[in-house]
Ligand binder design. Structure first.
Ligand code: HEC
Ligand code: HEC
Ligand code: HEC
Ligand code: HEC
Length: 197
C-alpha cells in the first residue's frame, strides 16, 4: 500500500474515533431555557418536533403501518423512527426492549442510559444542530456565539434547508409540500436582538 494511503486511512480512523456523541435534549435545556436569551427549550417544547415520537403512537400512525403491511408498532419500526427521533442509525436513538427501559433500581448505568435515550426521542435540538458532545461546554458555546470558534470544528451545525429536507421529503407517508421560509418561521427560536455578545 502507498504511504499516503496508509496515512489517509489513519486520519479517517482518528476522525471516526472523535465522532461526537448525542447527549440528549435535557443537556441543552440546562442552559437554553432563560427568557432573556430566548428560552429555546421552551419554544421547542411547544413545537410539533417535541411531539414527533408521540405521533407514532397515534391512530393515524397505526393506520399507516397497517396499510404498508408492517407488523411492528410504528414507534418500534426503523422506517418510522428514523425521522421521528434524533440521530437514529447514527449513534443517536435506538429501538430498545422492555429490559432496557426498566433497569433494576440499583443499576446506575442502566438508569443513565435510559435518561439519555429518552432525551433522543422526538426531533430534538441535536437532530438539527448535530451531536452535542463536542460543543456543549460553556466555554465552547461562548466561543461559538462570539465567533472565535468555527461551528463545524466542534460539530455544531447552523441548520439550513438541507437539514430539514432530510426528513421533510416524499419518503414521509404524510408528506406536505415543504417551503423553507414558511416552515422555519414556524419554529423560530432566536436569541433576542438586544441580548449581549
Ligand atoms: C453549559 C451551558 C450550555 C449548554 C449545556 C448548551 N449551550 Fe448552547 N449556548 C450556551 C451559551 C451561553 C450560548 C451563547 C448565547 C447565550 O448566552 O444564550 C449558546 C449558544 C448556542 C448556539 C448559537 C451559537 C452561535 O453560533 O451563535 C446554538 C446553536 C446552541 N447554543 C445550541 C445548543 C445545543 C443544541 C445544545 C445541546 C446539545 C446546547 N447548546 C447546550 C450555553 C450552553
Ligand atoms: C428543526 C430544526 C431545529 C431544532 C429541532 C432546533 N433548532 Fe435551533 N436553530 C434551527 C435553525 C434553522 C436556526 C437558525 C439558523 C440561522 O441562523 O440561520 C437555529 C438557531 C438556533 C440558535 C441561535 C439563534 C440566534 O438567534 O442566533 C440557538 C441558540 C438554537 N438554535 C438552539 C436550539 C436549542 C437549544 C434547541 C433544542 C431545545 C434547538 N435549537 C432546536 C433549527 C433547529
Ligand atoms: C429528524 C427529522 C426532522 C428534521 C431534521 C426536521 N423536521 Fe420538521 N418535522 C419532523 C416531523 C416528524 C414532524 C411532524 C411532527 C408531528 O406533527 O408530530 C415535523 C413537523 C414540522 C413542522 C410542523 C408542520 C405542520 O404541518 O404543522 C414544521 C413547521 C417543521 N417541522 C419545520 C422544520 C424545519 C424548518 C426544519 C429544518 C430547520 C425541520 N423541520 C427539520 C421531522 C423533522
Ligand atoms: C422521511 C422522513 C419520515 C419518515 C420515514 C416517516 N415520517 Fe412521519 N412525518 C414526517 C414529517 C416531516 C411529518 C410532518 C408532516 C409532513 O410530512 O410534512 C410527519 C408526520 C407524521 C404524522 C402526522 C403527525 C401529526 O400529528 O399530524 C404521522 C402519524 C406520521 N408521520 C407517522 C409515520 C409513520 C407511521 C411512519 C413509518 C411508516 C413515518 N411517519 C415515517 C417525516 C417522516
Amino acid at each position: 500500500m502507498k504511504k499516503w494511503l496508509v496515512l489517509a486511512l489513519l486520519a479517517i480512523g482518528v476522525l471516526m474515533a472523535q465522532q461526537n456523541e448525542y447527549v440528549g435534549v435535557n443537556k441543552c435545556k440546562m442552559c437554553h431555557n432563560k427568557t432573556k436569551s430566548g428560552a429555546q427549550y421552551k419554544v421547542w417544547s411547544a413545537s410539533p418536533h417535541a411531539k414527533a415520537f408521540e405521533a407514532l403512537k397515534s391512530e393515524a400512525a397505526a393506520k399507516i403501518v397497517q396499510e404498508r403491511g408492517i407488523k411492528t408498532n410504528a414507534w418500534e419500526t426503523p422506517e418510522c423512527v428514523k425521522c421521528h427521533t434524533t440521530g437514529f442509525g447514527q449513534g443517536g436513538y435506538e429501538i430498545k426492549d422492555e429490559t432496557f427501559w426498566n433497569p433494576a433500581p440499583d443499576d446506575k448505568d442502566g438508569k443513565k442510559a435510559v435518561k439519555r435515550m429518552a432525551g433522543l426521542q422526538n426531533v430534538t435540538c441535536e437532530a438539527c444542530h448535530g451531536a452535542g458532545s463536542g460543543y456543549k461546554s460553556m466555554k465552547t458555546m461562548k466561543g461559538l456565539y462570539s465567533g472565535t470558534i468555527e461551528p463545524a470544528s466542534v460539530g455544531l451545525t447552523i441548520p439550513d434547508e438541507k437539514t430539514c429536507v432530510k426528513c421533510h421529503n416524499e419518503e414521509s407517508p404524510s408528506y406536505k409540500p415543504f417551503d423553507y421560509k414558511t416552515y422555519v418561521a414556524k419554529i423560530a427560536h432566536n436569541i433576542p436582538e438586544d441580548y449581549g455578545k
